[in-house]
Ligand binder design. Structure first.
Ligand SMILES: NC(=O)c1ccc[n+]([C@@H]2O[C@H](COP(=O)([O-])OP(=O)(O)OC[C@H]3O[C@@H](n4cnc5c(N)ncnc54)[C@H](O)[C@@H]3O)[C@@H](O)[C@H]2O)c1
Length: 299
């Protein structure tokens, strides 16, 4: 996509963090906005901000885990703007603790938002983007994964599994589009820790997927480690938004916001090829280990 001005960007999770900054960036680049989030208050504030700055923005409260709600988002985006130049499947939530202590409800919540949210976005937007392409109008899809889609760090099993799925889905989307003869662009955003609201994801956990039991020790440790790492992130959400739009404009697939971590990804692949045990995912950042700050042993 060489020129985004005048096109419509649909961004999920636009009320906070990366999605919020992507909305601001899209506006600066002259795009019209269709913004979605499950939290009405923050969503309303970014819609008002864009409008006050002279931009065009619609907001729709959407739970991306709900297929019907994402379908209605697509109906509205295509119906009211007649065009979707960019779809950003960005909404996501975090969860942690030992994999065997992660409740069935937590699995359903995190996979529902992080994986099925992206699946619903692809199912309801890409066919209409393909129709637009047949009429001569190109478009681009960005999926927000994470470096957790490339490294399996301890105590983040549900999040790692969800983001590995987004990496696989997005690479498959790229290949499927080429097999289908489409030139729709695809980018896979894989950030490491960035200061946003992600460590407070529980604020959006539906009541029917809440756990009755208090957090286990491993869950509390994972939560504390994520809070520390996210708060200590040196690259801001606005930087990530800028990198993402550069990739969209250049038609680049992979967006790694912290490329130094790729050394750990390479070590993982080398360990697999060598037949040894998995490489230490914290090889580059031992200070990020869940028990790094305290001299704690295993639970
Ligand atoms: N911040 C990081 O360190 C980091 C690192 C790697 C990947 N990510 C990914 O970036 C994406 C954005 O997260 P963020 O860091 O900006 O966090 P954030 O909490 O600041 O923003 C996430 C937004 O998604 C919304 N949301 C949550 N559940 C939703 C649902 N079911 N339907 C619709 N919207 C929903 C939230 O209300 C919030 O506005 C996520 O996919 C996250 O996994 C973040």
């Amino acid at each position: 996509m060489r020129d985004l001005a005048g096109r419509t960007a649909v961004i999920t999770g636009a009320g906070s963090g990366l999605g919020l900054e992507m909305a601001r960036r899209a506006h600066v680049l002259g795009m019209r906005l269709v913004l979605a989030d499950v939290e009405p208050g923050p969503l309303g504030r970014i819609v008002d901000e864009i409008r006050a700055a002279g931009g065009a923005a619609l907001g729709q409260v959407v739970d991306v885990a709900d297929d019907g709600q994402v379908e209605r988002l697509a109906d509205r985006a295509f119906g009211e703007t007649g065009d979707v130049g960019l779809l950003v499947n960005n909404a996501g939530v975090g969860g942690g603790g030992y994999v065997w202590e992660t409740s069935e409800k937590e699995w359903r919540w995190v996979l529902g938002v992080n994986v099925m949210g992206v699946v619903h976005g692809l199912r309801h937007f890409v066919p209409r983007m393909l129709e637009a392409e047949a009429r001569g109008t190109g478009s681009h899809v960005v999926n927000t994964a994470s470096i957790a889609g490339w490294l399996a760090t301890p105590m983040l099993g549900v999040y790692n599994a969800s983001k590995h799925a987004v990496v696989a889905l997005t690479e498959t989307l790229f290949h499927d589009l080429r097999v289908a003869g489409s030139s729709i662009g695809v980018s896979l955003l894989s950030p490491a820790f960035v200061p946003t609201g992600i460590a407070r994801s529980d604020r959006n956990r539906p009541a029917d997927l809440a756990d009755a039991a208090p957090p286990t020790r491993s869950q509390a440790r994972a939560q504390a480690a994520v809070e520390r790492a996210v708060a200590g992130g040196k690259i801001g959400a606005a930087d990530v938004a800028r990198m993402t739009f550069e990739a969209v404009l250049e038609g680049r697939f992979y967006v790694f916001t912290h490329p130094q971590i790729l050394e750990s990804v390479q070590a993982r692949h080398e360990a697999a090829l060598s037949g040894g045990p998995p490489a230490d995912p914290y090889g580059q950042r031992p200070d990020r280990r869940p028990n790094a700050a305290r001299q704690e042993g295993p639970d």
